[in-house]
Structures are given as structure tokens and as C-alpha cells.
Ligand binder design. Structure first.
Ligand code: A3P
Length: 317
């Protein structure tokens, strides 16, 4: 055999990825695939989701735009749906991780997800158009979470700066804002991402729950009740009397989650050379932190984009 015979063939996804528009500016370059800017290191896991992920009727998909409170929603949904199985004290949430459809962790690749027992709680940052069309037909439930874009942007800017390679210059807030406003951010344009799920919510209100970070922050107990109802496991009168919804909120609070040993140290593998520290998912957890970073003109610039892109949709921030 010649050595040429032993060269592994380029995979289909490698071929696709190399032909896609590529742009740098964030911690890593992104490629444009089906109108969304994605991490090329993840694409080989993203592309198969549409064909190979088989949604089940009792799946719960937690879909979020990055930095909109994914960690929080995952904790709340997990605690609400497993409360019959786990006492809240010493809850496994305090150690658990939840599979992401597009993240190649041992539990989170598509084969691992296929092997999971029902009911599955699955997270994703993928836009609806990159999920299989059968998601709608399967009847599975989707919770979508977004956030006031100025706060999501500031949160992302901090995150991206922490993620950048050692020695590379910090990403300036101004430059970051321009990229974000152009729709050039991971899983962006953010407005398209929001609008896809917003329209789906209008089409299938029983199966799609559309939430904002600010709503959870302003009345977390009510949102926990809404989630329980949406997941068809409403709190009983007895649970209400015992203050279970309040206890779920406390267990999933920023202070509680960020104080957990396993969230303070350790890394989340990202399937490429970038390694993300778990503590990076907990920064401030506040509504309106953008005011501490963005000048008035910057805020107006992003507000204008949001207004223009969401015009007529009924979605407002
Ligand atoms: P900030 O950077 O504004 O603090 P994601 O989980 O989608 O990556 O979002 C991260 C954002 O959610 C960060 O926002 C983080 O601090 C905040 N967050 C994480 N856990 C939270 C919690 N339990 N309650 C409220 N906010 C939380």
C-alpha cells in the first residue's frame, strides 16, 4: 500500500466547511452556514443534527441564544421536571450537566442522545431552521429563551474576551458592537434566531414557550410555575403550600449555582482547541448591566438595529 492510500479521505463536512464564507474578529473565526455564523469546529456536529436527530414526543428542547441565560433555564427546567425523583436538598443538579444537541461531549453527541431514556431534556443554541423539520410534527415541547440584546451583547463580549487565546489583544467593545450589529456573532444574526422561534411560538403556542431573561429575573417563581404547567407537571396545592416553587428558584439562583464547587473550577470541553472554564458561565447575572459598559450612542446603535430588524413582528425588548 502506498502512503497516499493511507491518507484519510476528507470528510463530507470538511469539504463543506472549507467552502463556506469565513470571517474573523471574535476569539475564533466563524463560518456562514445556512445564514448563520457558526463555529467551524462545531459544524461537523451541527450539520448532522438536521438529518440524524430524532425528536420524541416527550422531549423538551431548551433553545437559547448564547448569553441569554441558558445555564439558568437548564437548571430550572431540570429541577422542575425531576422534582418527583429528587429531593431538592442534595439535588443532582448540583453536580449535573445537560447534553447540548450540537456539543460533542460523551453524553451529548447524537448517538449518546439517542440512547438517553425518555423524557429527555436537551439544550441547544441552534436556530430552528437547523433542527429537523420533524421537531414541529413530533409534538415535542420547546422552551426558547432570549434576553434584552444590550445585556446579551455585553455578556457575550466579556465571554469572548475570556475565551480568546493567551497573548491575543482584547476585543474592543466598539468593534464587538459593530460585529454584533451586523449579525456577526456565534449563532447570529441574533434577531433571525429570535424571530424563527417567535414565529414558531405563534404557530404552535401549546408546544413552544417563549421566554425572556428579564421575565425570569422579575418573577422567577411565576416563571417556574409556568414551566411546570408547560411541562405538564404543574405544582400541586400541597407543593405550593410547602413552597416548592420558591425552593426551585432558590436552588437555581445565581448565588447558589455560581457557589457550587463544580461550577467554580473545571472546564467545559468545546470540541476544538478552545476550552471554556465553567466559572465563565457566571458573571453578574443582573438585568441592565449594559449601562455599566455601553455609552449612550452605543446603546442607541444596538437599539436601532433591534427596532429595525424586529419591526412588525410583535417581538419587542
Ligand atoms: P452576565 O454575563 O450578564 O452576568 P448563558 O448561560 O446563556 O451562557 O448566559 C450567561 C449569562 O447568564 C451570564 O450573564 C450569567 O451570569 C447569567 N447567569 C448564569 N446563571 C444564572 C442564574 N442562575 N441566574 C441568573 N443569571 C445567570
Amino acid at each position: 500500500k502506498s502512503s497516499a492510500d493511507e491518507t484519510p479521505p476528507e470528510s463530507y463536512s470538511d469539504l463543506v466547511i472549507s467552502t463556506l464564507p469565513r470571517r474573523g474578529g471574535w476569539a475564533k473565526p466563524l463560518v456562514l452556514y445556512r445564514n448563520y455564523w457558526l463555529n467551524p469546529g462545531r459544524l461537523e456536529h451541527i450539520i448532522p443534527v438536521k438529518e440524524r436527530f430524532k425528536p420524541r414526543r416527550d422531549d423538551i428542547i431548551l433553545a437559547t441564544y448564547p448569553k441569554c441565560g441558558t445555564t439558568w433555564l437548564k437548571a430550572l427546567a431540570f429541577t422542575v421536571t425531576t422534582r418527583g425523583r429528587h429531593a431538592l436538598a442534595g439535588h443532582p443538579l448540583l453536580a449535573g450537566r445537560h447534553p447540548h444537541l450540537e456539543v460533542p461531549t460523551p453524553a451529548g453527541d447524537l448517538d449518546g442522545i439517542e440512547r438517553m431514556p425518555s423524557p429527555r431534556l436537551l439544550a441547544t443554541h441552534l436556530p430552528l431552521s437547523l433542527l429537523p423539520p420533524v421537531v414541529a410534527a413530533s409534538g415535542c415541547r420547546v422552551v426558547y429563551l432570549c434576553r434584552q440584546p444590550k445585556d446579551a451583547f455585553v455578556s457575550w463580549w466579556h465571554f469572548a474576551n475570556q475565551m480568546r487565546r493567551k497573548g491575543s489583544p482584547p476585543i474592543k467593545l466598539d468593534d464587538a458592537l459593530s460585529m454584533y450589529c451586523e449579525g456577526f456573532s456565534p449563532f447570529g444574526p441574533f434577531w433571525e434566531h429570535h424571530l424563527e422561534y417567535w414565529k414558531e411560538k405563534s404557530a404552535r403556542p401549546e408546544q413552544v414557550l417563549f421566554l425572556k431573561y428579564e421575565e425570569i429575573a422579575s418573577d422567577p417563581v411565576e416563571v417556574v410555575r409556568t414551566l411546570a404547567g408547560f411541562f405538564a407537571v404543574p405544582f400541586t396545592e400541597e407543593e405550593e403550600r410547602r413552597g416548592v416553587p420558591e425552593e426551585v428558584v432558590r436552588l437555581c439562583s445565581f448565588e447558589m449555582l455560581s457557589g457550587l464547587e463544580h461550577n467554580k473550577g473545571g472546564d467545559v470541553a468545546r470540541g476544538d482547541s478552545i476550552v471554556v472554564g465553567r466559572s465563565m458561565f457566571f458573571r453578574k447575572g443582573k438585568v441592565g448591566d449594559w449601562e455599566n459598559h455601553m455609552a449612550k450612542e452605543m446603546a442607541e446603535k444596538l437599539d436601532d438595529v433591534v427596532e429595525d430588524k424586529l419591526k412588525g413582528s410583535g417581538l419587542v425588548f
